[in-house]
Design a protein around this ligand. Sequence first.
Ligand SMILES: O=P(O)(O)OC[C@H]1O[C@H](OP(=O)(O)OP(=O)(O)O)[C@H](O)[C@@H]1O
Ligand SMILES: NC(=O)CC[C@H](N)C(=O)O
Ligand SMILES: [Mg+2]
Length: 493
Amino acid sequence: MCGIVGIFGRSPVAARLYDAMTILQHRGQDAAGMTTLDDGRMRSARGIGLVRDVFGEQSVAGLTGDIGIGHVRYPTAGCDRPDETQPMYVNSPCGIALGHNGNLINSDRLSAELFAQDRRHINTESDSEVLLNCLAHELAIQPGGSPTPAQIFAAVDGVHRRCRGGYAAVALIAGVGLLGFRDPHGIRPAVLGRRESDDGEEYIIASESVVLDILGFELVSDLAPGEAVLVDMDGQLHRHASPEARSHTPCLFEYVYFARPDSMIDDLSVYKVRLRMGEALAEKILREWPDHDIDVVIPVPDTSRTACLPLAHMLGVKYREGLMKNRYIGRTFIMPGQEERARSVRRKLNTIPLEFRRKNVLLVDDSIVRGTTSRQIIQMAREAGANKVYLASASPPVRYPNVYGIDMPAASELIAAGRSEEEVCAAIGADRLIYQDLEALEQAVRGKNQKLDGFDSSCFSGKYVTGLEDGYLEALEARRSDAARMQRRGQSG
Ligand SMILES: O=P(O)(O)OC[C@H]1O[C@H](OP(=O)(O)OP(=O)(O)O)[C@H](O)[C@@H]1O
Ligand SMILES: NC(=O)CC[C@H](N)C(=O)O
Ligand SMILES: [Mg+2]
């Protein structure tokens, strides 16, 4: 899940883009990049690592201009080489830099088509390069010179017709302005914000509203499914509702894990959603296990803490922070290889033994994906002297790959794939395991919101809102499983 941001400012934007990218760091820890536009020239800096590692004072100072875009990357396609970092750039039909969050499911076919029909050369395996070239081609076929807002929007509609998958994108177009657009199902999030400065209105497009709060922008709205917004070089805002829009089905996993709790996505507070997830899980425990013997409820930091609090309260059991997190270790789930993920859990989390000793402990996590975290913390709880160790997950079993921007490409790596709940319980070594039901999760996320058509729940349900070609998942697994990646790495020396 990457993070994207674009700012149309009335003063230099690089420092603000830098701040925005650090605010979005939880969405991608592998690479970061920024492109600004100054007097018709694009200036760009990109690199591997966290925002603070990639950018120093000097590199930020070199990115001059009042308009720019930024990206933090968590790869879901291609590899983690520097040439696949974003924003990516093309110079025809005009200078375009693009930052993309999501994943295309037809990028192989499109890449071949772009080469054979449209004479565009795709240089990497990144689907984002395909998205960028598709946009460039759709712009190139618009008649006349510098494109009008209507032509830009026609080009985005063309992108929607050709690209399948999840995508929220920001693009900087030389001589035109700042463009943002969201896929026809609104799978990946994007918000628009505005701010009044002494020199006129400024605009921002970002993955999460928390960026707007911190940078002092007011939230105008989410981008609707398929919607495109353009801030032209004069600072005029243009919005376009696309005829290509489909059902509005945002990604459930954003609410479960990815997004920051202080963000709003599609009019829903992620924080409130997580509180409701905890309540729903408590209801299930009380319903199915009324005579439970839980002595203490402990969240697995960080993400599950919000859901854990109301859960403990409703069970009438003490909430204790028995696991401490090293704040300098990033999110383990989005780390690139299984070895690093497994090593990092132990480095990241440590027990406070007095909260475990001789107690029946209920550990609460937001999700169990590969089982890397749960296996280790259950073991740690036992070593800390726990009597019984139970685990509750605020989301249902993750049994299917994600293809829209979350790097879980191989069913064989998911601990719940092909396993019953009892088998997962045994595999992670818990004394009892309680999963949230999918219906309860969807209800908790939706709350009173009547506007959404549903959710992309594919990793829980195996239903993909865009549909998938036969053989897609098998090919994805063969290409992107940990084993396949290790083998490639070995071959490349
Ligand atoms: O079953 P797994 O494959 O281990 O994945 C699930 C775990 O990974 C995530 O935590 P992460 O450490 O990434 O981030 P957090 O600190 O935000 O909870 C998530 O919150 C679960 O704890
Ligand atoms: N997680 C994402 O949004 C990834 C974006 C894009 N597919 C990449 O791999 O760079
Ligand atoms: Mg976690």
